[in-house]
Design a binder for this molecule. Sequence first.
Ligand code: NAP
Length: 297
Amino acid sequence: MTPSAPAPSTTSAQLIDGNALSKQVRAQVAERTAELSAKGFKPGLAVVLVGDNPASQVYVRNKVKACEDVGFHSVLEKYDASMTEAELLARVEALNNDPSIHGILVQLPLPKHIDDHKVIEAISPLKDVDGFHIASAGALMVGEVGFKACTPYGCMKMLESIGMKDLRGKHAVVIGRSNIVGKPMAMMLLAANATVTVTHSGTADLGAMTRQADIVVAAVGKRNVLTADMVKPGAVVIDVGMNRNDEGKLCGDVDFDGVKQVAGYITPVPGGVGPMTITMLLVNTLEAVERLATQQG
Ligand code: NAP
């Protein structure tokens, strides 16, 4: 089988293991971090959490641990939900000016009285390692240097890991059009030369779209949005969704058991896109330092 053309599956799809791929990429990040640190450029990431959303607390803990594992300097700033927008903006400004910090991540969602958009736009584009700033979205749109949103960037790495880097001739269908996943995903696939269709809640016949796809990326947030009858044999299926099933277990948007009988490759949930998202946050932070190191000779 040539890596760029997954063969139609007659048995069961091959798994794209996000944990294993993450381990490889993080080992490379750790190696480069050691080299940069020795030259006085130790990567630093600040993670800011406001309030006590339980899911956010887990995400933030995982991000800080991932930083420590690769040798980054990491700072976790936790604030009470009563923090005002002005106070948070002042903290962001202080981190923008802190030379030991190269990446700033403000964990979303923020409490209702704080405008997410205003806070994200206050982060320096040079430290926007989540890739959510308008400058990062614009850079992706026009193909200039910026930071790529971590989740779709992780999906692209997963495609690359199965030999699908140049997607010329491939049709990719993205389900979902959010600013943090669906839209940047479509842009990255397009930049890799795929022909891209973006679908959403207003799409009339989702299956008619996905059945044409060589690559399907599901980023909806609803279980079983993609079922076996909606997938072309041999297609690559990337499941971004994070949902809970009736037993409370984490699951994706894809009917995994059904779709794996038809697809050529499939990502599991958990252990697929999730770990790659954190890995790409590390990659972006390292990239921020690389740019600085190049600039400062
Ligand atoms: P979002 O902002 O809620 O966007 C969901 C998108 O799905 C919207 O564009 C919506 O269409 C579309 N949609 C809803 N129902 C649909 C349907 N029946 N058919 C087709 N499209 C439909 O969600 P998000 O932030 O992009 O996240 C999507 C999922 O990915 C969530 O489960 C989230 O938890 C997960 N996620 C995972 C990671 C990770 O690291 N693994 C990272 C980020 C997000 P409209 O625009 O028309 O409303």
